[in-house]
Design a protein around this ligand. Structure first.
Ligand code: 4IA
Length: 402
């Protein structure tokens, strides 16, 4: 006999859809329900297991042999369905294949490479903030969170100027496609042909400027680390994962600092907090909200039995606010010890571009804190709906000079 709402394997079922608009509008009550219902839950709507507590999210991320990525990190199981685009050689791969491709991206996004980018990023951030101080009133999403990464990241990769308007729509498609076959996913894929064509072409060696990160990936063909067929797909990973994520991360940070003026003043009085203020925004808002794994065998997870070939949805955002792990989880505190948050994942797949993200976040928040006295929200923030990304579509603000 099993209790009502419970299966024989002891996993409680919930009737919630974590991919619908009402959920996106305010996910926090549902995150709490998911965490408090049990360490593992089953969501009937999409036939998937869910984990929303920090301990289980961390455990799943750190057992890649049991919870694999090669069957896709979206709802679609690549063993049963053809992927909507050629499989990523890093995100959607397991060891040993993953280890080799990861090493290449790790090298081209290393601390040494960041040293070469820092001055350019800092100058572009200062320039962007100066331009915004001229306007005083602007949209913090379009004019700041999007404009700043767009002014540095495509150049750092070595993309030609034409066609860059495809980058954000392409990334938005990638993140919608991780979700279930709802309207967001179906419409994104239906409109995807021009964005896919653009990205595929820009990943070719001939289309990447010498000295850029894209060209550095191709250079690893010459030393035998990867093949000429693999290189364009690894460039594609940076085009997929490197822009919309930092747009939403910077958007989250500005939204936090505008909503919590005490934290803004704290940052202004100590610029060395800029990097942690960004990191805390990544914990607090979790721009990448969720990810899946697929079980490679039957497994016991915190007392729940999960069969082979099941999809497990990790609620990174809920783990990042789990009161079992965090003091005052719902407070944005720029002096918090943020290490251990899973906003960049954890384990062997943990964000390989995290140093670029942090460099962008730090340079922008530092530029703002040096030059701006106040950030006031002057209109209704509008949410942008995506199956994986959390962020705003517009955030009207007025700033005053320091
Ligand atoms: C890829 C998780 C997200 C940031 C991501 C998206 C796409 C890829 C990697 C990571 O295409 O490899």
């Amino acid at each position: 006999m099993s209790a009502p709402g419970s299966t024989v394997s002891g996993v409680p079922h919930l009737d919630v859809d974590p991919f619908d608009m009402n959920f996106f509008a305010d996910p926090y009550p549902t995150h709490e329900l998911l965490r408090e219902t049990g360490p593992v839950v089953y969501l009937d709507k999409w036939k998937l297991y869910g984990v929303a507590r920090y301990a289980e999210v961390h455990a799943v991320l750190n057992d890649p042999a049991t919870f694999c990525s090669s069957r896709g990190v979206g709802l679609s199981d690549f063993k049963k369905e053809t992927p909507w685009r050629p499989q990523s050689l890093i995100l959607e791969a397991d060891p040993p294949e993953h280890t080799r491709t990861r090493a290449v991206l790790s090298k081209v996004l290393s601390p040494t490479v960041m040293k070469g980018l820092r001055e350019r990023f800092a100058a572009a951030a200062d320039q962007r903030v100066d331009a915004l101080l001229e306007k005083r009133s602007f949209d913090a999403i379009a004019d700041l969170a999007e404009a700043y990464p767009l002014s540095i990241f495509p150049d750092a990769l070595g993309l030609k100027p034409e066609g860059r308007e495809n980058l954000i729509p392409y990334a938005s498609l990638v993140f919608n496609a991780f979700g279930p076959p709802n309207e967001l996913r179906k419409e994104a894929i239906a409109r995807s042909a021009p964005h896919q064509a653009y990205v595929t072409a820009q990943c070719q060696r001939d289309n990447l400027t010498p000295g850029g990160i894209g060209a550095c990936i191709h250079a690893h063909v010459d030393d035998g680390a990867i093949t000429a067929t693999e290189a364009p797909l690894l460039v594609r990973s940076l085009l997929s994962a490197g822009l919309d994520t930092t747009v939403n991360g910077i958007g989250a940070a500005v939204y936090c600092l505008a909503r919590f003026p005490d934290q803004w003043q704290r940052l202004r009085s100590d610029l060395t907090l800029a990097r942690n203020a960004f990191e805390e925004a990544v914990r607090f808002e979790s721009p990448v909200q969720t990810f899946f794994r697929t079980t490679t065998r039957e497994v016991d997870l915190s007392g729940a039995t999960i069969g082979e070939g099941e999809k497990v949805l990790m609620f990174l955002a809920a783990a990042n606010r789990d009161p079992r792990r965090w003091d005052k989880p719902d407070s944005y505190d720029i002096t918090r010890r943020t290490s251990g948050h899973v906003g960049y994942g954890s384990g062997i797949h943990m964000c390989v571009g995290q140093l670029v993200a942090r460099l962008e976040g730090e340079t922008m928040l530092s530029a703002l804190a040096r030059r701006v006295a106040s950030i006031e929200i002057t209109g209704e923030p509008k949410r942008r709906f995506n199956n994986t990304l959390r962020g705003l579509d517009s955030l009207p603000v007025t700033i005053s000079p320091a």
